[in-house]
Write a protein that binds this ligand. Structure first.
Ligand code: FMN
Length: 137
């Protein structure tokens, strides 16, 4: 079978069944509010991707703790409220026949107070960060 046709074959990742092999790679869109709650524009973006035929959408880096937020406007999965809000993304993607999985992350010492809104964890313990004196913490 030519690769172009293979792309449109169904696939499974363990129990996750996909209608095709088109995957939207994890992409930070910066479309969430400061608590990590997805805005309408992000919900619409995911709806369009699924309606357009993408089989699996991988969310952008979703932070699992406030001090682990890497980028402004990133998706949050750090508490029950943000987890409930993310269900909206799941629902619009499923309604359009797609599947979605979350890329979970913690920025460790690679974020800054002005992005995550609190003292980044690890920053004092990571020796390499102290060499980056030009970066604000
Ligand atoms: C604006 C932008 C945001 C991205 N955000 C993430 C991200 O949150 N997590 C991640 O693992 N990769 C992220 N990436 C990397 C992409 O998922 C992808 O690996 C990269 O664009 C290369 O894809 P390509 O080989 O199809 O061009 C991002 C890329 C871009 C351009």
């Amino acid at each position: 079978m030519p690769p172009s046709r293979q792309l449109l074959q169904t696939a499974a990742i363990n129990r996750l069944r996909l209608r095709n092999r088109l995957v939207r790679s994890a992409t930070w869109e910066g479309m969430c509010d400061p608590r990590g709650i997805p805005g309408e524009d992000l919900i619409d973006r995911y709806r369009q991707l699924a309606a357009g035929g993408v089989g699996l959408i991988i969310t952008g880096f979703a932070y699992v703790a406030q001090e682990g937020k890497l980028l402004p406007g990133a998706l949050g999965l750090q508490d029950d409220a943000s987890a409930r809000a993310v269900r909206q993304l799941v629902e619009v993607v499923h309604a359009a026949g797609g599947r979605i999985c979350a890329q979970l992350g913690h920025a460790g010492g690679q974020t800054r107070r002005d992005i995550c809104g609190t003292t980044p964890s690890l920053h004092r313990r990571c020796s390499w960060t102290s060499t980056r004196s030009s970066r604000r913490r």
